[in-house]
Design a protein around this ligand. Structure first.
Ligand SMILES: NC(=O)c1ccc[n+]([C@@H]2O[C@H](COP(=O)([O-])OP(=O)(O)OC[C@H]3O[C@@H](n4cnc5c(N)ncnc54)[C@H](O)[C@@H]3O)[C@@H](O)[C@H]2O)c1
Length: 406
């Protein structure tokens, strides 16, 4: 039996995937409301294919509880934010979960950390806690790091098809854990040591962050001298060894806007490009805000009630709004203007910010400038409704004439 600890965006689909592939699974989360919702037969977030997977896992007998279970294998997928001041990983949630596992697990148990952690976290924060509780790692407790790579919006497919990395103290344990993931994973599973697995995951997200920052910086340079960044990137990408990403309104979510900071926090004298890239991405929502002011001035819009932000989530077609560029932009805007801009997102049903609308038509009513902050498929089906409005498109997706770009 596997006890999956933490049933959020990563833990829940992983637990369901294992259960629907013949593994006995108990899912544990200390959030009682979340556990009750799952036990009532409802999922806790929207994701393509999740409902069906949930049904299959329930039919296969998955259980959800707030308690930790005594078993030989645990998967820990709890949050790993970064400390905003030191930029280092905040391993507090992982350490707390591991300590709770140790209260119930038998000797010989394997604890698989799926949460993203910075290189050295296991040795610095987790191993000492285990040993302080009287267990010997590698003998009484086997530690494994199996970072997760799936992307919200395509999680179920990616769980099945992505390649995986398993970092373990010994080859034998690594192979045992590999077998467990191979129950559903059709990708290649590489077994390595823990430090390499820790570093690999953070480096992957850092690679993405640096490349996005490069595209965002190009957008700023091109804006400065009125050049078309999209056309320039398109032509550059015709070069056989160039592959530039597209600029956007900023970076959000739980991974790319967080994990690269771990390297800046741990290696401040070495991680210079990474530090600058993160600062570029973090200031991109303010860059968009300044662009909004510029367009307002040019178009003679003096009242910010005439401006609306389309999209609140951190990426398209998901309901996750953590660290989203829109929220970052609103925070920056609060410092300049008393009244928050109008906001609408078809994926967000509850109120998470002031002046938020839940009906697209009501949102559009009375606004002159629409800013496309998220490229949901919904907006691509609704260009008709935007006719006659001034549009600032942060993605170059709008086919309407006269659209402004960042
Ligand atoms: N969301 C993503 O796209 C993504 C992708 C890859 C990796 N990751 C990584 O996966 C990890 C989890 O992220 P997430 O997005 O699933 O987080 P989340 O916030 O959606 O879920 C975490 C869950 O853990 C529960 N929890 C916290 N501490 C607990 C404890 N001690 N015992 C029981 N339950 C506990 C919380 O109640 C919450 O439901 C993070 O390290 C993250 O960086 C996330």
């Amino acid at each position: 039996m596997i006890n999956v600890i933490g049933l959020g965006y990563i833990g829940l689909p992983t637990a369901l995937m294992l259960a629907s592939h013949g593994v006995e699974v108990v899912g544990t989360d200390y959030n009682r409301k979340l556990v009750d919702t799952l036990n009532e037969g409802r999922t806790t977030f929207k994701e393509e294919g999740l409902e069906e997977l949930f049904r299959e896992a329930r039919e296969a007998g998955i259980r959800f509880t707030t308690e930790y279970r005594r078993t030989d294998t645990y998967i820990v997928s709890v949050p790993t934010p970064y400390d905003k001041f030191s930029k280092k990983v905040d391993a507090g949630y992982v350490v707390a979960a591991v300590k709770d596992v140790l209260k119930v697990c038998p000797k010989g148990a394997t604890i698989i950390i799926e949460s993203t952690i910075s290189p050295g976290t296991v040795d610095k924060y987790i191993r000492p806690e285990i040993e302080a509780m009287g267990f010997r790692t590698g003998e009484d407790i086997h530690l494994v790091h199996a970072p997760e790579r799936i992307i919200p919006g395509n999680m179920v497919y990616e769980l099945l098809h992505n390649n995986r990395t398993i970092g373990a103290d010994s080859r034998e344990i690594g192979e045992k854990v590999k077998e467990c993931y191979a129950s559903f994973c059709r990708g290649e599973i590489v077994v390595t040591d823990i430090r390499t697995a820790e570093m690999t995951k953070v480096v992957e997200n850092t690679f993405r962050a640096v490349n996005i920052a490069f595209a965002n910086e190009l957008a700023r340079i091109c804006r400065h001298d009125d050049m078309n960044v999209y056309e320039i990137i398109r032509i550059c990408n015709m070069h056989p060894r160039v592959n530039i990403l597209q600029p956007g309104p900023g970076v959000g979510g739980h991974c790319i806007s967080v994990d690269p900071w771990f390297l800046v926090g741990d290696y401040p004298q070495l991680a210079k490009v990474i530090d600058e890239s993160m600062k570029t991405n973090d200031s991109q929502p303010t860059f968009v805000l300044n662009r909004i002011y510029e367009i307002m001035q040019k178009e003679g819009i003096t009242d910010n009630r005439k401006v609306g932000l389309y999209g609140l989530t951190y990426k398209e077609n998901v309901d996750d709004y953590r660290e989203s560029p829109t929220l970052q932009l609103l925070e920056a805007q609060e410092r300049h203007l008393a009244r928050p801009l109008k906001v609408y997102d078809p994926f967000i049903a509850r109120d998470i910010t002031a002046n938020q609308y839940h009906d697209f038509d009501e949102f559009l009513e009375g606004i002159d400038l629409v800013v496309i902050m998220v490229k949901h498929d919904h907006i691509k089906r609704n260009w008709e409704k935007l006719k006659g409005k001034i549009i600032l498109d942060c993605f170059n997706i709008c086919p309407l004439e006269g659209t402004y770009h960042i």
